[in-house]
Design a protein around this ligand. Sequence first.
Ligand SMILES: Cc1cc2nc3c(=O)[nH]c(=O)nc-3n(C[C@H](O)[C@H](O)[C@H](O)COP(=O)(O)OP(=O)(O)OC[C@H]3O[C@@H](n4cnc5c(N)ncnc54)[C@H](O)[C@@H]3O)c2cc1C
Length: 206
Amino acid sequence: MNIKDFENKFKNFDGSIYFNYSLKKLNWFNIGGSTKIYFKPNTLQDLIEFLKLCKDEKNFFVIGAGSNVLFKDDIFEGIVIKLSKNFSRISLLNENTIIAGSGALDKSLSEFAAENSLGGFEFLSCIPGTIGGGIRMNSGCFGREFKDILISVQAISRSGEILTSPAKNIIFDYRSCNLPKDLTFLSASFKGNKKKKSKLKKRLKI
Ligand SMILES: Cc1cc2nc3c(=O)[nH]c(=O)nc-3n(C[C@H](O)[C@H](O)[C@H](O)COP(=O)(O)OP(=O)(O)OC[C@H]3O[C@@H](n4cnc5c(N)ncnc54)[C@H](O)[C@@H]3O)c2cc1C
């Protein structure tokens, strides 16, 4: 990939794009070389535009909290995308359903659920990742996994098309799922069970 071509392509683009960006800052273990291009979209519109403009770029990686990735010391000749905090909102859809942006931390979702008297999310407090990473990995602990609470996943394709996949159509396995590798997850909805807030908070020690 030629950085000059890329710079020209994006010179009027209003998003956070960095060139030769250190990967060390992007992962839990602070390791690795750098990425040719790092993009941190602030808005969905930014992300759609960006994906449309570089849909043919082969080396493409979406990162969450970087707690399940190991980067080499080499230069990554491609694009790394990390969703900004604008993709981390968590809200209540109805009394049993939560919708969370893919950039939100698992721990934040467990605390939000407890605050809203919804049980079933406690296991998330032990996983140092984001919702996006948790969906991809079907992360879990204490006998519970993402698949047990997921209702649906909203994602964007490499061509900028937004799609929704009900959890019942996704095949989950141990630390994996069969959603296409080139999707960027945007948000997900989750189901919980009404529980006593004080009990949930006690379990989370908050
Ligand atoms: C100390 C420690 C404890 C851990 N404990 C557990 C545990 O108890 N249970 C467990 O299951 N795991 C555990 N893990 C592993 C890790 O935290 C989980 O796999 C976590 O869900 C990864 O989330 P992440 O946001 O860090 O994803 P990343 O590590 O950034 O990425 C992991 C994968 O998800 C993809 N991805 C991330 N975000 C998106 C997105 N928005 N759209 C599409 N794909 C995306 C990446 O491309 C990559 O393939 C632990 C790790 C550490 C370091």
